[in-house]
Design a protein around this ligand. Structure first.
Ligand SMILES: [Mg+2]
Length: 274
């Protein structure tokens, strides 16, 4: 087949257009910076969603919503995307933990939708002894919460992180802290800490979306605005990457925190107790 013979490639575009996705059986698209910004649709998003139709899946490092809550929000702003087409780092991380360890004791650091999902999937809320510490974006994150989580890790819990993004830009281009910033706090306190990070640039979300669509990587494209996370994930999963280039943001940190980076060694033995 002609589609199967096409090599992985990167195309750079400055606005979303239907012509760019004509050839693909499945179109996977990032959300923030591509279709929406600060909760509002970006120019061309409605037309793009219409043109992609049932071929479109959203693949996002969002760790605050579930596909149910996000589908409602997107539909309300004119982007009617069914929950079945939405693949989110936060939700898939909770589902992965529940599938790997049914009934596991999980200490959840996240917004309410992920707490509810964890409970719905039979995961046990744990504050004293935990199998897993789940770290997602949590606007109520505190030093007391960090201390409690570190104690659970010291007792043997695994740290699982929904996504490595340090920030995303607000409408003025200023950075809004993301899950990676919280992970950086863990690592600042305990440099030797290890974590399993699920979201992009890992290909886990893309693989899940392709599997649900029943489409091979060679017949799909990934549309994203961040080469470091979206582009890397597309390359790892074997998809063509359509890079939507947005104007540079003045302060945003676009580099994803690499969970695979060498652990930072403390400058002195007394710098930390981990
Ligand atoms: Mg983005």
């Amino acid at each position: 087949m002609e589609l199967a013979m096409r090599a992985h490639k990167t195309t750079t575009i400055q606005w979303l257009g239907a012509a760019d996705i004509d050839d693909y059986a499945a179109i996977l698209c990032d959300l923030d910076g591509c279709l929406v910004s600060a909760g509002s649709p970006l120019p061309g998003a409605e037309e793009f969603v219409r043109a992609a139709g049932k071929r479109l899946s959203i693949v996002s490092n969002n760790s605050a919503d579930t596909s149910v809550t996000l589908s409602r929000k997107l539909t309300a702003i004119g982007l009617p995307l069914p929950q079945e087409s939405i693949f989110l780092a936060g939700e898939l991380t909770v589902r992965m933990i529940a599938a790997e360890h049914p009934g596991a004791r999980v200490h959840v650091i996240a917004e309410q939708p992920l707490h509810q999902l964890a409970a719905d999937l039979g995961l046990e809320r744990a504050d004293e002894r935990a199998d897993t510490v789940l770290l997602a974006r949590d606007t109520r994150f505190t030093l007391n919460g960090l201390e409690k989580a570190l104690r659970l890790l010291e007792r043997g819990a695994e740290l699982v992180v929904t996504n490595p993004d340090l920030s995303h830009p607000n409408p003025d281009g200023l950075p809004v802290p993301e899950t990676g910033t919280l992970l950086a706090a863990f690592k600042a306190c305990c440099p030797g800490i290890t974590a399993r990070v699920i979201g992009k640039p890992q290909p886990f979300l893309i693989d899940a979306a392709l599997s649900a669509a029943g489409v091979r990587a060679a017949d799909a494209a990934f549309v994203g605005d961040n080469a470091t996370t979206d582009g890397a994930a597309a390359a790892l999963a074997g998809l063509d990457f359509i890079h939507l280039v947005a104007p540079p943001m003045p302060m945003a940190n676009v580099n994803a925190l690499r969970d695979t980076a060498e652990p930072v060694q403390p400058a002195a033995a007394e710098a930390n107790v981990c």
